[in-house]
Design a protein around this ligand. Structure first.
Ligand code: ADP
Length: 460
């Protein structure tokens, strides 16, 4: 690509990049040069009419600022109280307020103007996630014909759930402004096609692209991965005995952001079923659930926290012994190396989302295992990762007996079968590693039908 790469994501790394996606985008920008634009962690409300320089790495990091009201309405409001529940099939949790949508559009339009001002003719823009759905149509309305790609990290919504949006018809139109819409799985692509198929403004072309009014958009799946080599390396060196004298014999680990999409009440209840059905009273499985705090200013997140505290209290009250607490619910984030060490130490990784774009924890758990004595992944079939990870024990997290049975099976699984399943899963993790993902996406974007000219538009 001749021009610069311009990455837009709500979160922008400050200091050393950490975490799979952030590192991959950092590497892509190092290789190609360019700019990373994200929301300024500085809460200052001044200077919202320009981008601010953040740090001086070999590529530019620039930040847009938000007012306190915009943070509440654009970020906590429209992004996390409307789009997040709609995409995660929790339309019952959607909060509709006119100021949410108004500020979501206002922030995107301001950002579009700031980007358009600095854009070179060959620059390629790569927009990440649901915070910026309308950014491309807004850039197009300002006359931008550059290639613009989008990647949705979360599930593509069901067509019926889209009707819950304040203006459902916006969703398809917003996406049509991009040259390439990247989604996590083939099922996500199927749902996107269903949306376009039902829309009289869309027409399917022979090459599989969608013509939507004056735009042509490609839709494809790019299952995201992790830096598996790095995690395998950390795991091989990690301290795997952090429990001291209280080291449990049978450790089941869960690590999630504390989010209602992660199926944590179902996970706890299924573990309760497992304890209830124990035949051997000497068996003392421990579920260690590490849940990092998330979006605590949104009411639905406060509710799920209280619900989990209540369930874990009930289960521990019923089954604890003087020297054994079966469920350890740790409501905080832990250091990455320690988490990877715990994953390696665990006999079972229990991943139970009710809806999840990919679920990187599932891939991290696999990469963290000792190849000579691997643990078993029990994985919800609603995680994007389940589409390819056939070596995992796939479960329906709504079915508590099925989940409990799968954990029991995993705890008793002979080494030969564990190894076989692990090798299968590790192959999937390595094939989807994050560096390959970035290259595949950008190569596909470069080959997309370009936007040649723009018809004048009334509004974005
Ligand atoms: P999501 O993006 O919805 O949070 P993913 O599973 O795709 O879910 O990614 C979560 C990331 O956060 C993973 O890299 C995982 O290791 C990390 N993580 C999850 N829970 C914790 C925790 N309690 N402490 C530290 N890191 C965590």
């Amino acid at each position: 690509m001749a021009g610069r790469l311009i990455v837009v994501s709500n979160r922008i790394p400050t200091g050393d990049p950490s975490g799979g996606l952030v590192v991959a985008l950092h590497d892509a920008l190092l290789a190609r040069g360019g700019t990373w634009i994200g929301a300024d962690p500085d809460p200052s409300e001044e200077g919202r009419d320009r981008l601010h320089d953040l740090g001086n790495v070999p590529y530019q990091k620039r930040a847009f600022r938000l007012s306190a009201a915009e943070r509440a309405n654009y970020y906590s409001g429209y992004a996390n109280s409307v789009l997040w529940p709609v995409c995660h099939r929790r339309t019952d949790l959607v909060e509709i307020r006119s100021e949410y949508r108004a500020d979501y559009l206002a922030v995107n339009l301001r950002l579009a103007r700031l980007i358009a001002k600095e854009l070179g003719p060959q620059d390629v823009i790569w927009v990440h996630d649901y915070h910026f759905l309308p950014l491309a149509t807004m850039l197009r309305s300002l006359g931008v014909t550059n290639r613009i790609g989008f990647f949705l990290h979360i599930p593509f919504p069901n067509i019926t759930d889209l009707d819950v949006l304040p203006r459902p018809e916006d969703f398809a139109r917003w996406l049509s402004g991009y040259n390439l819409v990247g989604l996590q799985t083939r099922r996500d692509v199927a749902r996107a096609f269903e949306m376009f198929r039902a829309d009289p403004r869309a027409e399917f072309l022979r090459d599989g692209t969608v013509k939507f009014e004056e735009n042509i958009v490609s839709v494809a799946s790019f299952p995201i991965g992790i830096d598996s080599e790095q995690i395998e390396g950390i795991a091989a060196r990690a301290d795997t005995g952090p429990f001291g004298a209280a080291d449990p014999r049978e450790l089941i680990i869960g690590a999630d952001r504390l989010d209602y999409s992660k199926g944590l009440p179902q996970k706890f209840e299924a573990f309760g079923r497992l304890l209830q059905g124990r035949i051997d009273p000497q068996a003392r499985p421990t579920l260690l659930q590490i849940a990092s705090p998330s979006r605590a200013d949104v009411a639905a997140y406060q509710q799920i926290t209280s619900e989990l505290q209540a369930i874990s209290g009930r289960i521990n009250g019923r089954y604890s012994e003087l020297d054994w607490q079966p469920l350890r619910f740790v409501h905080r984030s832990v250091d990455r190396e320690r988490l990877i060490g715990l994953m390696r130490r665990a006999e079972v990784g229990l991943v139970t989302p009710l809806a999840d774009g990919m679920n990187l924890v599932a891939k991290e758990f696999v990469a963290a295992q000792d190849p000579e004595d691997p643990g078993v992944l029990v994985l919800s079939r609603f995680a994007g990762a389940a589409e390819d990870m056939k070596g995992a024990l796939l479960i329906n997290p709504h079915d508590l007996d099925e989940t409990a049975g799968a954990v029991e099976l995993a705890l008793a699984m002979p080494l030969a079968e564990r190894k076989c399943r692990f090798e299968d899963c590790l192959q999937v993790v390595r094939d989807s590693r994050i560096s390959v993902w970035t290259d595949r996406y950008l190569a596909r974007l470069a080959s997309c039908v370009p936007t040649l000219s723009l018809a004048p538009r009334a509004s974005a």
